[in-house]
Design a protein around this ligand. Structure first.
Ligand code: NAI
Length: 248
């Protein structure tokens, strides 16, 4: 019997890539999963795959930048499955590739809104629900761009550094009450976000990665499941880098 059995998990950005793989991993462990995303079509496919494999899942359309929609997402988890135990705040966008002085302000605002405000309002709603239900665990999706700079990605890098700050602060505030809060910093993982990158940059990344390949979405899902499990009961405020050695 899995330790996540009978738990309830929300995964934002759960329609594709890392989020979809993470939602499937939670379902494999026996958790009921709310797949939450703006992308309805792929989200419904992810839910169908989970249900076909014998798991329990439901889709909620949500824009993580809208606090009312995020509240409704958490209410759906509580109303449908009786509470909330785990949340993976994973929805994110990369935004435009431009040097700092050429970055359009509206791109800055959009990337910070989704990647940073989205995690903030997500945690606000999730923590309240978890405190009412005896505690829980949150995983926020940062990046190796939350550890080091990357040229031409100022808003993305700033947002992902910010996610680590949000994670550390919430962990100080809520760990004693039973809500652990951690972050994951993936390296380059094979997802739709990365498929948009040119082949030369992908090859450069692989060459700079000691393990010699890109990561698989399921390798991030495995870590999210572990961070939410009892095996990680003394882990909070941590940022776990999973990058094949890239930033070492
Ligand atoms: P992806 O593009 O496959 O997935 C992102 C998901 O977020 C999509 O389903 C998208 O519809 C959803 N989303 C975007 N804006 C949203 C909004 N406002 N509200 C709700 N959902 C929204 O990308 P991937 O690669 O799976 O990324 C997932 C997370 O992992 C992101 O936070 C990304 O920054 C992070 N990450 C990804 C890396 C990679 O190499 N793929 C590396 C490091 C971090």
């Amino acid at each position: 019997m899995s330790e996540l059995q009978d738990g309830v998990a929300i995964v934002t950005g759960g329609s594709t890539g890392i989020g979809a793989a993470t939602a499937k991993r939670f379902a494999d462990e026996g958790a009921s999963v709310v797949v939450a995303d703006v992308n309805v079509e792929d989200g419904e496919d992810t839910v169908a795959e989970i249900v076909d494999a014998g798991g329990e899942a439901t889709f909620v359309e949500v824009d993580v930048t809208d606090p009312a929609e995020v509240e409704a997402m958490v209410e759906t988890a509580v109303d449908t499955y009786g509470g909330l135990d785990f949340a993976v705040n994973n929805a994110g966008i990369e935004g435009e590739n431009e040097p700092t002085s050429d970055q359009p302000l509206d791109n800055w605002e959009q990337v910070i809104d989704v990647n940073l405000k989205g995690v903030f309002v997500g945690m606000q709603a999730e923590i309240d629900a978890m405190l009412e239900d005896g505690g829980g665990a949150i995983v926020n999706m940062s990046s190796i761009a939350g550890q080091v700079g990357f040229p031409n990605l100022t808003p993305y890098v700033a947002s992902k550094h910010g996610v680590i700050g949000l994670t550390k602060t919430a962990s100080l505030e809520y760990s004693e009450a039973g809500v652990r809060v951690n972050a994951i910093c993936p390296g380059v993982i094979e997802t739709p976000m990365v498929e948009a990158t040119d082949q030369a940059s992908i090859e450069q990344t692989i060459a700079a990665t000691p393990i010699g390949r890109l990561g698989e979405p399921s390798e991030i899902g495995d870590a999210a499941v572990w961070l939410c499990s009892e095996e990680a009961s003394f882990v909070t405020g941590e940022s776990l880098v999973i990058d094949g050695g890239y930033v070492s």
